[in-house]
Write a protein that binds this ligand. Sequence first.
Ligand code: GLA
Ligand code: ZN
Length: 669
Amino acid sequence: MTVQYPPVSPKAPMLWHGGDYNPEQWSREIWAEDFRLMQKAGITAATVGVFSWVSLQPSEDRFTFEWLDEVIDGLHAHGIHVILATPSAAPPAWMSQAYPETLRSDENGIRRQHGQRVNYCPNSSDYRRLSGEMARRLAERYGKHAALLLWHVSNEYGGACYCDTCAARFREWLQARYGTLDELNARWWTPFWSHTYTDWGQIMPPRRNAETLTHGLNVDYFRFMNDSQIACYRGERDILRAITPETPITTNLMGTYKPLDYRRWAKEMDVVAWDCYPNPNHAASDIAFLHDLTRGLKDGQPFLLMEQTPSSQNWQEINALKRPGVLRLWSYLAVAHGADSVLYFQWRRGRGGCEKLHGAVVEHAGREDTRVFREVSQLGAELQTLGDSVIGAAVDAQVALLFDWDNWHALDDAVGPVRDKRYLETVRKHYRALYSRNVPVDIVFPDSDLSRYKLLVAPMLYMVKPGVAEKIEALVANGGTFVSTYLSGLVDETDLAFENGYPGPLSSVLGIWVEEIDALYPDQENTLVMSDGSGAYPCRHLADLLHTQGAEVLATYGSDFYAGMPALTRNAFGRGSAYYIASDPDQPFLNRLYGDLLVDQGITAAFRAPEGVEVAVRVKGEQSILFVLNHNASVATLDLGSKVLRDSLTGEMVSGILALDGYGVRILG
Ligand code: GLA
Ligand code: ZN
């Protein structure tokens, strides 16, 4: 029995279907048509208000909610629920005019002009006051509305501000963190280049034209900016919560968005939501990784797919259409990995502005006899068929992959051994090897409970925070397997190198010490030669020159002056083992390694699936829901063996060889 989560809102215990709706850009006649078409497409939830600030408050002392009353009542009358956004992502021009200090300053500390969106200083007290006031009025006016499902605070928090207000708040943040300047100077290693601070007022944000090379400062400014933006979110959230305690609150995140640490955000959110816009370089496994990451933010609680495009994007170099069937496939990919909704950006394509060519359910022609409208409507009907059978279901993983934003920032900040550390690519590569075996993976963070996993993978864990090595040791001692790589265990949480060398606090569980790190030019490679004669695998990028202290050598380097030195080690620790991969091997090596480690740990997939066919499972109490996803454009089959399962969409019983169309999906219960 796994945990079962409650629906996001008891008002709508089903997979929500809908998305961003911007009625403020359209006339009443169009609203009526929208409601009719939404019903037709099986839309059950519309997100309104995201950028409506000036339409709701045309000047500081005037509020115009009447049009929104009408829209919300209209949606409700058509059986459509409302996700109500606060408009604080797009401050109106009157605000910038009256309070210029609400505007953000760029990386050189120069104040920006009014325009675009998310262009506010997160530490501006006027911005906080005015956005809070708007949140209060929305809550008072719509908090009891029967259509209201969820609060969507602001939109895609992001970026950073480098203004003088932020500088002042940063100094206070540092005083609270370090207490004394001596402590700060020590943790930031400031005698280097005579950077010792002798007065708090000397500390500036890492502006591009100022101090950018003090790593402790850089990572702390990232943390501070993250906290500053969370404070904006919390300011609005607390107002909403006080007035409407029953209505859950979220904001929309963006996957592996580097400037914000979403693990910290998730703790403040009732449900995690995210906007999924894969770029053309993303493979299915990369999208799956992002969904798993999002589910991991709240330790497995289902999340909302808040935005995805129904057809094409408009922010990429080349904006290809989603091929027929791909919208359905990727929607179920999200659901299979823990989403309890399928929502789009956007309902109706606007006529002007930089998103006028962005994919939408309703295009400029305004017609319903289109491919996209048909695909959306089919999906809407299917989601209604699924009813409440999927929502709240968990993903039951025995494998975990560790990801950490602070680590990512510190890694990228390091000057050497190579400029491009490829953290994300490396994490995705390890994930892919596990994903391709159809075993569920949880993405975990340094503060996660790791004790329930049999296999923990932590690629490039450069920064090891207090307590993490101990949790890893406990996992391995209890019989688990740990996999670590080159560039792990170099620095502590303030980006200071460990005094006992690398891999710092991980040395004991790994049974090795690293003497030197070689950096390889793009056209260079070495090989991992398996000591048992089972093959040799190319490796690149970086190569640790290490010595064992108890670990066993499973592979050695094939060439260069360090030929014969350990390249893959395993250390027996308690009842488990800890592996160290000293260089960056190509995908086939990782596929093989993880294949073996899964067998060792007795972790098996639900089915053996052919290339490009994914079988993902969500578990609800005793019930397993299988999502069979054909990521290939061509037909494929899956052998169900002796299992007899029920197709959740058609109701028919299936067994033996299951046929899948190109991009086809079958949901089996
Ligand atoms: C983001 C935003 C939306 C819209 C889309 C376009 O996700 O939240 O408002 O701009 O991008 O892809
Ligand atoms: Zn600022």
